[in-house]
Design a protein around this ligand. Structure first.
Ligand SMILES: NC(=O)C1=CN([C@@H]2O[C@H](COP(=O)(O)OP(=O)(O)OC[C@H]3O[C@@H](n4cnc5c(N)ncnc54)[C@H](OP(=O)(O)O)[C@@H]3O)[C@@H](O)[C@H]2O)C=CC1
Ligand SMILES: CC(=O)C(=O)O
Ligand SMILES: [Mg+2]
Length: 560
């Protein structure tokens, strides 16, 4: 097998080919039964001390990347210690184990590599995938429950990072455990190596992936067909999350596998859910300030990729809930890509060159006039909301943001591109340029700011607020698929998760410290919808009301 295999948590990885750290052996070479896999060398070294030591050590490390690397080693050695640290300080550590630092870790993956962290499958092994996966499954003591799989082709807004994409699969699974309560031994990160189109990565002598250009979509689909079938066969109860595939592939795979396997695409559907949830809260606040009807909100998107199109389609549900028809709901959205507003008269559209996933949002009402820039679209549309999924740092400039504040009592501005180096607008600029009026959420975190004596807390509109609940709920329901209605149910549950204190503070999303509670609520919403749709199989959860389902979700969560 050219593919290196190990799972997320060391106790599984050590079953396989000596990967992962080795506990001390007895003179006859056997692992002593009494030695725990904790990193304690002596019974008097308590787990509490180990946790304190880890926290102190992290404080002394000078960069976030070094902290990330150190934590990765701890996760492999001692998942309990690792997840105890995250449990105690999710707000402080999420930016280290997830965005933004995970982006840098993916970029430098082959340089900071300390050993296998999951399943690395090469396209050269395409015909052996069923054999590799069934052999792998046979060696595991815990069956994987959640697989996060990427091909590394669009990692956050950082482009094609090849096998470095493994870092994002691992980062997402960190949050499945920390936020969703999935057992770390049930988490399997996967990277499918199909080459990379980033020349500097291919030329790097330390690169550990295939040094050749990425295969085309047709070949990639053949490989995906093999992987999806083999993974679903080897791990029949697992949920498969697709992550950070380039947009064309992301849509093609979602369409092909959605009704066939228990899978969803996090960038299209997870992001759609989390932004619908946050927009429901933001639109209410904005309408309260302006007196404008909820159905009259107008949303301009900078970006026309998988995330923008996925979010816009999911957000249509907000307008459907206000009584609009599908066509009327669609009319509330304007999408801009590198060529400007997507209109029926734009030359590339007329020439039939528009990517198929963008076609749904073509505007037919621009009377032959084109709007090439964000500023021109804002002037034409006069939107109430601006959403950034463009991978372009600083793309929401001062003129546009100030104009949004002129047009709206409480402009909704969501610069959602990750990591921070790709974010369209910083929180401080957003506050400054709107004179504090903005309703703000970004993809990567910003620190709160005190302005005019008031603490302003930015929202983090990141799919990590929902995907743990979507995956966990699907698992608990034993759902045969992850339906679109289950995704929308997750958004509604998220929006209902805000407590009174959070509402009073004007937050758009629940605080991160409550993520376990929030994930249980999201999961319960997903289970309920699966039941209503008849795709669930877990009879024990049938007939339970929301409160009882939440209790069941809480009880099923793993804790370090
Ligand atoms: N907050 C969250 O939870 C999430 C955030 N994201 C972030 O969203 C971003 C986009 O992801 P994805 O859609 O998959 O990526 P894509 O690369 O497929 O899409 C980017 C889109 O932005 C457009 N674009 C790029 N530069 C500009 C510009 N200067 N002006 C106007 N449009 C521009 C591109 O246009 P064209 O098509 O013409 O090339 C393309 O349509 C990433 O940074 C990712 O991290 C993604 C998922 C979740
Ligand atoms: C958050 C996420 O999934 C992304 O930026 O791709
Ligand atoms: Mg993603």
């Amino acid at each position: 097998m050219t593919a290196a295999t190990t799972t997320f948590a060391k106790s599984i990885s050590s079953l396989l080919n000596g990967s992962g750290p080795t506990p001390p052996l007895t003179p006859n070479g056997e692992e002593p039964k009494s030695i725990s896999r904790s990193s304690s060398p002596h019974p008097l070294v308590s787990s509490q001390q180990n946790l304190l030591r880890l926290k102190a050590h992290l404080q002394n490390l000078p960069t976030d990347l070094l902290k990330h690397v150190h934590l990765s080693k701890i996760r492999r050695d001692d998942p309990n210690l690792y997840f105890s640290a995250i449990r105690d300080d999710l707000t402080g550590l999420a930016p280290i184990v997830y965005t933004p630092t995970v982006g840098e870790a993916c970029q430098k993956y082959s340089h900071i590599y300390q050993g296998p962290e999951g399943l690395y499958l090469s396209i050269d092994d395409k015909d052996r995938i069923p054999e590799i996966l069934s052999e792998y499954a046979s060696k595991l003591s815990t069956t994987p429950q959640i697989l996060v799989v990427t091909d590394g082709s669009r990692i956050l807004g950082l482009g094609d990072l090849g096998i470095g994409g493994m870092g994002i699969s691992v980062g997402k699974l960190n949050l499945y455990v920390a936020g969703g309560g999935v057992n770390p031994h049930g988490c399997l990160p996967v990277v499918l190596d199909m080459g990379t189109n980033t020349e500097s990565i291919r030329d790097d002598p330390l690169y550990i992936g295939l040094r050749r250009p990425r295969v085309g979509l047709e070949e990639a689909t053949e490989f995906m067909d093999c992987f999806m079938a083999a993974a679903s066969n080897a791990f029949p109860n697992a949920v498969i999350q697709h992550e950070d595939f380039y947009s064309e592939a992301a849509f093609a795979f979602l369409e092909k596998y959605k009704n066939k396997y228990r899978m969803f695409n996090d960038d299209i559907e997870g992001t759609g859910s989390v932004i619908l949830g946050g927009f429901m809260a933001a639109a209410k606040q904005a309408s309260a300030a302006s007196g404008k009807a909820l159905k009259d909100h107008k949303v301009v998107f900078l970006g026309g990729g998988s995330a923008a199109v996925g979010v816009a389609k999911e957000m249509m549900n907000f307008f459907r809930m206000q009584g609009l028809s599908e066509d009327e709901a669609k009319e509330r959205f304007w999408l801009i890509d590198t060529k400007g507003l997507i209109t029926s008269t734009r030359p590339d559209v007329v020439a039939g060159k528009l990517a198929s996933h963008k076609k749904y949002f073509i505007r037919n009402d621009t009377e032959g006039k084109e709007y090439p820039s964000l500023a021109s679209v804002v002037e034409f549309v006069q939107p109430t909301a601006l959403v950034g999924l463009s991978t372009t740092f600083g793309a929401f400039g001062e003129d546009v943001v100030r104009r949004m504040a002129d047009l709206n009592q409480a402009p909704i501005i969501f610069p959602l591109s990750n990591p921070t180096s790709k974010c369209e607008l910083s929180f401080s600029d957003a506050l400054e340029w709107t004179d504090g009026k903005v309703l703000f959420a970004s993809g990567s975190p910003y620190a709160p700011i005190t302005r005019d004596g008031k603490l302003r807390e930015p929202g983090q509109g990141n799919n990590f607020l929902v995907f743990p609940g979507i995956g966990f709920g699907t698992l608990q329901a034993g759902a045969k698929e992850v339906s679109s209605a289950m995704i929308t149910a997750s958004a509604i549950s998220l929006s209902e998760a805000l407590n009174e204190e959070e509402k009073a503070a004007g937050l758009l999303y629940p605080r991160l410290e409550r993520i376990r509670e929030v994930s249980a609520k999201v999961a319960a919403g997903v289970v309920k919808k699966a039941q209503e749709e008849g795709v669930d199989t877990n009879e024990k959860l049938r007939g339970l009301d929301e409160a009882a389902l939440i209790k069941e979700m809480n009880a099923a969560q793993w804790w370090p």
